[in-house]
Design a protein around this ligand. Sequence first.
Ligand SMILES: Nc1ncnc2c1ncn2[C@@H]1O[C@H](COP(=O)(O)OP(=O)(O)OP(=O)(O)O)[C@@H](O)[C@H]1O
Length: 491
Amino acid sequence: MPKSRTVAIVSSSTPFLHTLVAALTFEGHEAVTFGALPHAVKYAVNETPDAVVVDVSSRPPCDEASLSKLVRTVGRDRVWMALPMGMSPWKEDAERLGIDQFLKTPIQPSEVEEILTDLQGLPQVLTSARGEMPCGAKSRYFHIEDMPNNRYFLTASPAMWRIYENVCLLAAVNVPVLILGESGVGKDVIANLLHKRSRRAAHPFCSVNCAALPSDLLESELFGYEAGAFTGAVKAKPGKFEQADKGTILLDEIGEMSAPMQAKLLHVLQDGRYSRLGARSVSQADVRVIAATNVNIEDAIADKLFREDLYYRINAFTIEVPPLRERREEIPYLVEEMMKRQSAVLNQEPVYISPRMMTVLQEYQWPGNLRELGNAVTRMQVLKGHESSLADIESKMVGRTSGVHACAVDTQERTNNVNEMRSIVRNFRDQTESRLIQQALEEARWNRRQAAVALRISYRALLYKIDQYRLKDTRISVRVGATQNRLTAQA
Ligand SMILES: Nc1ncnc2c1ncn2[C@@H]1O[C@H](COP(=O)(O)OP(=O)(O)OP(=O)(O)O)[C@@H](O)[C@H]1O
């Protein structure tokens, strides 16, 4: 029986990825794709894939250090490099690093055949050599995929891995997809991924929040308008369906769409035809439609809030994204990646997350899902990993004591413990927070707007905290004192 292999592919070329991933998965192998070499190197260190294919044809040469680490990690006989028509000034550099298997881009079927045959000949990598994260979670489902605008998709759990696989399959077919899940679980990220992996990737991805606009504004936002279509329409404006031509449109929060708007949308989805407001002509939409919502659509249909016929139009395929609390094994991976990216943006070293901190992060319920986790990571980074950055999470945890821990404890005792812990956490948090705010204010010479930016809180929140902790600008009193002294001396 042919052996199943795991192959990591580094490429930013969609056709290259499509061809190779399709061939590998058809043969029963696992393909893990990366947009950038450093991510693949990290993956190779943790997971020891059977082989790696690095395509350098559509971007500048990868850094030598990463490439040489990759060759050392997986072995030179397991690395292929794809070059434009097999010729490139980087070929010599790659050969110097020990790479001697090259592919031509655009990749040819004969070369794909060759890789598949070679893969069969490779000795199996010991499964025990496959890495584990420090937390002990298996990283078999770990994969990061970079997307435009500094976005990325990370998976490290079987549930998200399945979603990732489905997205890869769905990207190739032009069917409407409905993405369901709580707020902050990553519906928008998945829609972006679907677009990026599709043949429409070179065309626009447009997102419309259907809950944010009243019905008539939403209509003009989606379909555009002609000059004079309504008071204030001085100039004609294309709608999102037009802007997303040949690309993808995400109808976010579709569950909140008003009934009249649902009827208009249904019309467009049926025959792809629409008109700008005030226009006589009809346009034809060439757009892939993805819809997303955190509303329970089936309940909404039962309550007559959502049209059943529209539901069937938008959900040729449904992706249900689980909340973060149902995939806690991803938390260490997400924290690490978020921290790495945050620290790079802030030009700081990533802060150390102690095992205690990680336990707190993994035990918390995360009602705001990955969005809330991202905010917590920012807070930890800004507060330099100080324990206070966890205080608010801990206090929320105390407020939502898990039934598992609590059930054995007598109710009165539990209430006392909770109250006591709450007050300890609150005091500790308040003390540390006021000290950090005072420090930030002093560093910003009491420029409160600057301090708010440094603390990553809103200006209003900072004013509230200054008032709450009765913080004072000590510099002013010294200066006033000095002036008074001077005045006194002059007098
Ligand atoms: N799989 C993921 N990998 C990396 N980051 C993610 C992932 N999923 C979500 N995020 C991050 O979490 C945040 C929320 O994600 P997103 O906006 O996609 O959620 P959503 O489900 O669309 O939320 P809402 O319903 O409120 O619109 C974003 O900052 C996003 O980058």
